[in-house]
Design a protein around this ligand. Structure first.
Ligand code: M6R
Length: 406
């Protein structure tokens, strides 16, 4: 039974009583949740965060299952409840979220533009809600949230609704406030995420947004064979994630480098910049190491002044259209003494040769899919660095799992 603001339930051995703050007794319908709410234990893992990192092959499988249908050449997300005509008429897509969910939204916005050729943007919900945004009634807004309880994201949802806009949820927790406020949307099905640092929710949010982009793309302009190729590649990702996690490369060496630095730079371009932001956020919150993230080409516009001998730089460079340009940005910081941890596609020896620590991840054909792989070493680096520095991994200081205040 969902309680609204200013309602109180008293539960005793005899039963329950629901009333409003003004004292009036009320009642709401009981709803049975389709998904089981389970308390997740750590199993054989030392921390929830590590367990959740290793759950990603399974959480991704759950997120994709039944939604990507290559034999039909597309994807379906019933929760969106949009007809093909509705999809054809979407004017633009705005993706709202905070922290990790915002980073997933950045990948989603790129996918909406590239796959569906829909103008798209991602915005931090706390900024969006207070800038008196112009809401186009033909636009579709997506509110991304693991917990479904983040006050800023809920505020952004209300702002869209007050102005007559359409907003749907991309949420993990079933029946959460944002899921209910939106009424329609998709659950990402990553399962309970206990560690404050979000890991498996990020990959499931990205996967769900890729599926949505594929569905919109196929409806609007993608040819069947192109969408089938993308769908098949997406369905293969859980296997690639499992393969990477079974042999994650020299994480220990990367940890030695970042744990000894005053601060750490993360950079990438395109969707890899979103991954760089996510990697920096993880290392800040779990290991308390100051980190900065930049689109690689921005370094020369100021931040490069901070690079000196031994500054750790984590560069995310999958083998995509931005690879060569980002490698030249790596050379620029290397020439100033930076030590490079390079996340690159398997088999890219030329990139590996530039690195002090080279971490290959399975290659993807579409660069939009690469964040599902390139983020994994960053999650492990943050976890291992937090461990090495004796941090409270699952419950970092000053943080809460759901940020229900402004
Ligand atoms: O529950 P939400 O996805 O709405 O939470 C948003 C952020 O508070 C959350 O992603 C936060 O940044 C995480 N601690 C990051 O690991």
């Amino acid at each position: 039974m969902y309680l609204e603001d200013r309602e109180i339930m008293r539960i005793t051995a005899e039963g329950w009583e629901l009333f409003r703050l003004d004292g009036a007794t009320i009642s709401h319908a009981l709803e049975e949740l389709a998904e089981e709410l389970v308390w997740s234990d750590k199993g054989s893992f030392r921390h929830h965060m590590l367990k959740e990192i290793h759950e990603q092959p399974e959480s991704l499988r759950r997120c994709l299952s039944g939604r990507v249908v290559p034999e039909e050449g597309g994807a379906r997300l019933g929760g969106f409840d949009l007809t093909t005509r509705d999809i054809a008429n979407i004017s633009r897509v705005g993706i709202l979220g905070c922290g990790t969910s915002f980073h997933a939204g950045l990948v989603g916005a790129a996918a909406m533009e590239q796959l569906a050729r829909l103008p798209a943007f991602a915005e931090i919900a706390s900024e969006f809600r207070y800038r008196n945004p112009v809401i186009d009634p033909e636009a579709l807004f997506l509110a991304v949230s693991q917990s479904g309880e983040t006050a800023d994201t809920l505020g952004a949802v209300r702002e869209v609704q007050v102005k007559g806009g359409r907003v749907m949820g991309v949420v993990n927790v079933v029946g959460s406030t944002i899921a209910r406020a939106c009424g329609r949307g998709v659950y990402v099905h990553s399962g309970p995420e206990i560690a404050v640092a979000s890991t498996k929710a990020f990959t499931s949010q990205v996967a769900a947004l890729l599926v949505a982009s594929l569905m919109f793309g196929r409806t609007r302009l993608m040819a069947a064979d192109e969408s089938r190729r993308f769908g098949n590649e997406l369905l293969g990702v859980p296997e690639l994630v499992a393969r990477y996690l079974a042999d994650p490369g020299p994480i220990g060496k990367a940890v030695e480098m970042v744990a000894g630095g005053k601060y750490v730079f993360f950079f990438g371009r395109g969707v890899s910049h979103a991954v760089a932001m996510e990697g920096a956020l993880k290392l800040k919150e779990v290991a308390y190491i100051p980190c900065m993230s930049y689109p690689a080409a921005e370094m020369k516009h100021g931040p490069i002044a901070l690079i000196d001998a031994n500054t750790p730089v984590v560069a995310i460079i999958p083998d995509d259209v931005m690879r060569d340009k980002t490698l030249s940005n790596v050379q620029e910081v290397k020439a100033r003494g930076a030590r490079i941890i390079l996340i690159h596609s398997e088999g890219d020896d030329a990139s590996a040769a530039l690195a002090d620590v080279s971490i290959p991840v399975p290659r993807t054909r579409s660069s939009l899919i690469s964040p599902l792989l390139t983020v994994l070493p960053l999650q492990l680096i943050a976890y291992e660095a937090g461990l090495a520095l004796g941090r409270d991994i699952d419950r970092p200081r000053n943080l809460a799992k759901s940020v229900t205040v402004e």
